[in-house]
Write a protein that binds this ligand. Structure first.
Ligand code: SAM
Length: 203
């Protein structure tokens, strides 16, 4: 298990014990933009996946943390929700199908930069024409590093996401600082929500 996944497994254990399944601020922002079939890559406890499925979306939710995958499988089963939950490591993930909405919140920074850039291209490739992509990453300026493997992480430059989605329609883009759970440290996030050019196929 790598350090990031170990970090989140411990955090998820605490949240599961406390029944804390609140949508985070990024998930809340993305939810109203979702359309059609949804992929949540790096879903964590799957709060967005559950909320999307409850709104009628067919959802695929993937993560490399067994604890998160098992807990989401249990919650989806208990609610009879149409969520396909699976284990996947971003390091060797590639898109095998396409979706109307692809979301990756807080994931790409947990691999090295060449892998993160490759994965970003795969994420974009998995969005159908007219579909929506939402990506959130920690970027340069972040000083809270506790959850990172020393050699396996990546902090994009601030404008990296906007540049990558230059030929898409920008729906939302923000750079935001949040206090970290370590005095004096911050987490700086870039978040983009963008629509792929082209008309959505009628289904
Ligand atoms: C910051 S959490 C975000 C979870 C969720 N998207 C959210 O917004 O609450 C990061 C997630 O990335 C997952 N993760 C870290 N490295 C990964 C990797 N190499 N492949 C797949 N998932 C990974 C962790 O297990 C964790 O669930």
């Amino acid at each position: 298990m790598n350090r990031a996944i170990e970090f989140f497994a411990q955090q998820f254990d605490r949240q599961i014990d406390a029944h804390d399944y609140t949508l985070n601020v990024f998930e809340q922002r993305v939810l109203p933009h979702l359309q059609g079939d949804v992929l949540d890559l790096g879903c964590g406890l799957g709060n967005l996946a559950i909320a999307a499925a409850e709104r009628g979306h067919r959802v695929t939710a993937l993560d490399a943390c067994n604890r998160a995958v098992e807990d989401l499988q249990r919650r989806a089963r208990d609610r009879s929700l149409p969520i396909e939950v699976g284990w996947a490591d971003l390091a060797d993930w590639s898109a095998t199908t396409t979706y109307d909405s692809v979301v990756s919140i807080g994931l790409l920074m947990f691999v090295d930069c060449p892998t993160a850039l490759r994965a970003l291209e795969e994420i974009k490739r998995s969005v159908r024409p007219g579909g929506v992509c939402a990506v959130n990453v920690l970027i340069e300026g972040t000083t809270f590093m506790k959850m990172f493997d020393e050699y396996r992480h990546c902090l994009f430059a601030p404008e990296c996401l906007v540049a990558s989605f230059a030929d898409w329609t920008l729906l939302d883009h923000r750079i935001e600082d949040f206090a970290a759970p370590e005095p004096g440290k911050i987490k700086r996030f870039a978040t983009i929500i963008a629509r792929r050019p082209g008309a959505a196929a009628s289904r």
